[in-house]
Write a protein that binds this ligand. Sequence first.
Ligand code: PEP
Length: 244
Amino acid sequence: MKKMIVGNWKMNKTTAEAMVFVKRLKKVKSKADIVMCPAFTALYAVSKLLGKSKIKLGAQNMFYEEKGPYTGEVSPKMLGVDYVILGHSERREYFNETNEEINKKVKAALKNKIKPILCVGESLKQRKAKKAKQVVGNQLKKCLKEVKKNEFSRIIIAYEPIWAIGTGKTATAEQAQEMHSFIRSVVSKIIGVKSSKKLKILYGGSVNPKNIKSIFEMKDIDGALIGGASLKLTSFARMIHLCS
Ligand code: PEP
């Protein structure tokens, strides 16, 4: 399976800064599928810059309603993107997003032909209590509730252990592989083993040019969701080269 590299810029880069980055990124050769996720404010300008480029555009969040009195929210139809990150742990933690809300967002994205990148992952406390699989299994069950079997081909799962996000601590390749294999087995119970093999499962959590190779060697790791190390073109391009 072709590897996928998703850059999550979080609340970084003005539109002008995003445009400078993307203009340079377009010149980087890649064998992987690349998805860039700038802030809402930069989406339109970046989409115009990308044009017919192979690099795809993603948003970092969206609301599930199509329109209406929801001050400050952005609907799926307004985004103009191919992908949307949903259920990122920062949204769960700082904005109290629940699995139920994330489930509504996943279904709204699919309805609007946007591919959801659904984030799941446990906290350090949950891992230490040996509840990591239980937590991730529950997130998958709730966030994917009522998603039709034939829609799974458009879903990407990102396993992001909370304790590894922005902390410099990465899960070992083996820890990540174990959880990815578990995620695939949970999904295989819904869509069957054959189809579950096609599911893209990304790892996220302090991925950088030094550790990406060992992470990508794992059987069930199909790509990476990258925060901090996607902000500088040199490190982002290095990771793209390393998976070619
Ligand atoms: C993320 O934002 O999804 C992420 C994994 O961040 P970082 O790579 O900085 O840990």
